[in-house]
Ligand binder design. Structure first.
Ligand code: SF4
Ligand code: SF4
Length: 93
């Protein structure tokens, strides 16, 4: 499922640049996640990068938008086709 940012967000802006899908943006009051663009980082990384970096732990899964791993992978592939995201090169050798 897509992730969402709660109102505990302190607008520190460290999550926006780490999102490989450009799904995070500054909303009216706090940062927000576009659920059509968030793949939980599936296709790019093993763990959601925004969750890893958020200092106040305010990015839970959005229980209203359940998606399976396979659906997230399909979303990722569609984003690639649309040019919305580019494959992440693995840093592991
Ligand atoms: S989980 Fe990944 S794709 Fe979704 S908003 Fe966070 S960094 Fe972006
Ligand atoms: S990292 Fe967390 S606190 Fe900082 S802007 Fe993103 S959601 Fe908000």
């Amino acid at each position: 499922m897509a992730l969402k940012i709660t109102d505990e967000c302190i607008n520190c802006d460290v999550c926006e640049p780490v999102c490989p899908n450009q799904a995070i943006y500054q909303g009216e009051e706090i940062f927000e996640i576009d659920p059509d663009l968030c793949t939980e980082c599936v296709g790019h990384y093993g763990e959601p990068q925004c969750v890893e970096i958020c200092p106040v732990d305010c990015i839970p899964k959005d229980e209203n938008k359940p998606e399976t791993e396979a659906e997230l992978m399909l979303k990722y592939e569609r984003l690639i086709e649309l040019g919305q995201t580019t494959p992440t090169q693995s840093t592991e050798s």
